[in-house]
Design a protein around this ligand. Structure first.
Ligand code: PLP
Length: 485
């Protein structure tokens, strides 16, 4: 390590150093398009006058200027194509190019408003993907409509609510382990349920005694992910399932960690009634960022009549869009986000049963290989697809920033609370041994650094420490907001 805390390559074998490009006009980073060359453009439109403007200010740029602008922005960012992205739970897999080619195929650009008779190929792919997902999850029926994992959770909670109400069963509580993702709590609360948080046992798994005393006739649903967010398999899942079903509740599977089981074990066989699939985490599609992705939901047969509308169903006359008998209604437009879903379908078809099981086995192997090499304490284990290391006396958020200087996207930090200064790490199956060694070297280099060095990081990125609280609480989402300052 040099005096200024920069990586020198001396502290660990395979550690690499990263210099992110920075494009700036001397005062600000790459200007917005709207700051480059704005010109008044006359508006000529058949729309009514009261709905239109006479002229509009738009950037007037050549194609090379435009291409350079976006290339520069991408160079000032870190993505899965820059280097490894071991973001625990959030799972950032590399998206293979062949699925991009399929989504970009001219035949894939169909408008969903067309008559279903002219959409038979598209609807056939929806049906195929639903069949794949049902088989993978051990579910009886699948909706492809929800636009993200979190939206899938909310849909699943609404399905449980509709099911209980239909049976004249008024239940007010949803049980969620303390290790669960924040969206589980949010989905349950948004649907109007009281959330009961279950403390984890000393082994990081569901505490059966705590579960027993929380269960009652008010229990609508227990939401679990398995393996859990510590990467530990809930070994008592059959007993858990029996306990929940005995009081008339349902069991929900958060599919975020399905990568760990893919092709080898199925939530449906463990007793889960409802599940969502995070297609970006398991089947390599772009991450939805809360909306433009996909989070299909699978259910067992007793919940099928409540699924969102429309459903794609195969009949003797071809594929049709139908409305389930007791549908909860729409949770998103049309039958789902087609261009994301077609990528997932292509990925599953290309890998096949063996390929999916192999991907999962490698994801598990990679997590355990990496965990073994870390100088940070890694409690619990052995793991499945991810593990949670502890930064100990260091601040996990500072470690995360420092990782960027080593060309590594940080792990997820400070969650779950069960591990202090958590570094939740999921390398996924896409990384090879060389990259895992480089990742370990980056972690270990940070582990040996003092607080001052960590607090000063990142040194080599286009943006240094940003004000995360203001960014979250006071977002400026348009160029007008920026130019009004
Ligand atoms: C355990 C868990 N559940 C649910 C979600 C929500 O998924 P999405 O990001 O697709 O909305 C996440 C997101 O990372 C997660 O880690």
């Amino acid at each position: 390590m040099s005096d200024d805390g920069q990586a020198t390559g001396e502290t660990a074998d395979a550690q690499q150093v990263y210099d992110q490009a920075r494009w700036s006009d001397g005062t600000r980073n790459e200007p917005l398009l709207s700051e480059k060359n704005m010109q008044e453009v006359e508006v000529d439109t058949p729309l009514p006058d009261e709905l239109t403007r006479d002229s509009l200010e738009l950037p007037s740029l050549s194609e090379p200027e435009l291409a350079r602008h976006y290339t520069r922005l991408s160079q000032m960012n870190y993505g899965i194509e820059s280097g490894p992205f071991p973001l625990g739970s959030c799972t950032m897999k590399y998206n293979p190019k062949f699925t991009e080619d399929i989504a970009a195929h001219p035949a894939a650009s169909v408008h969903p408003d067309r008559d279903p008779e002219t959409l038979q190929g598209t609807l056939g792919i929806y049906a195929q993907l639903s069949t794949y997902l049902a088989a993978i999850g051990g579910m009886d029926a699948v909706t492809l409509q929800p636009p993200a994992g979190a939206a899938g959770e909310y849909t699943g909670v609404l399905l449980a609510q509709a099911y209980h109400e239909h049976n004249g069963d008024d239940r007010s509580e949803i049980l969620i382990p303390d290790s669960a993702h924040g969206t589980n709590f949010a989905s349950a609360a948004l649907a109007g349920f009281d959330v009961v948080e279950l403390p984890s046992g000393d082994d990081g798994r569901v505490d059966l005694d705590a579960l027993e005393s929380a269960l009652s006739e008010e229990t609508a649903l227990l939401m679990l992910t398995n393996p859990n967010t510590l990467g530990l398999f809930e070994r008592d899942i059959e007993e858990i399932s029996e306990m929940v079903h005995d009081v008339g509740g349902l069991l929900y599977y958060d599919g975020a960690n399905l990568n760990a089981l893919l092709g080898r074990a199925r939530p449906g066989d463990m007793g889960f009634d409802i599940m969502h699939y995070n297609v970006h985490k398991t089947f390599a599609t772009p991450h939805g960022g809360g909306g433009p992705g996909a989070g299909p939901v699978g259910v067992v047969s007793k919940l099928e009549p409540f699924l969102p509308s429309p459903r794609v169903v195969e009949t003797d006359d071809g594929y049709e869009l139908t409305e389930p008998e007791h549908t909860i209604g729409k949770v998103h437009g049309y039958a789902g986000n087609w261009l994301v879903l077609i990528r997932a379908c292509a990925y599953i078809a290309r890998l096949g049963d063996e390929g999916l099981a192999d991907a999962s086995a490698k994801a598990v192997l990679n997590a355990n290989y990496l965990a073994e090499q870390l100088e940070y304490e890694v409690p619990f284990g052995p793991f499945h697809h991810e593990f949670v290391a502890s930064a100990g006396e260091q601040d996990a958020a500072d470690v995360a920033k420092r990782m960027l200087d080593y060309g590594v996207h940080p792990p997820t930090t400070k969650w779950p609370d069960i591990v202090s200064e958590a570094l939740m790490t999921e390398p996924t199956e896409v990384e090879n041994c060389r990259t895992l060694d480089m990742l370990a070297a980056a972690f270990n280099a940070a582990a040996r650094e003092d607080d001052e060095t960590l607090e000063a990081a990142p040194n080599r990125t286009a943006a240094r420490r940003i004000d995360q609280v203001s960014a979250a609480r006071n977002p400026r989402l348009s160029w007008q907001a920026l130019s009004d300052e």
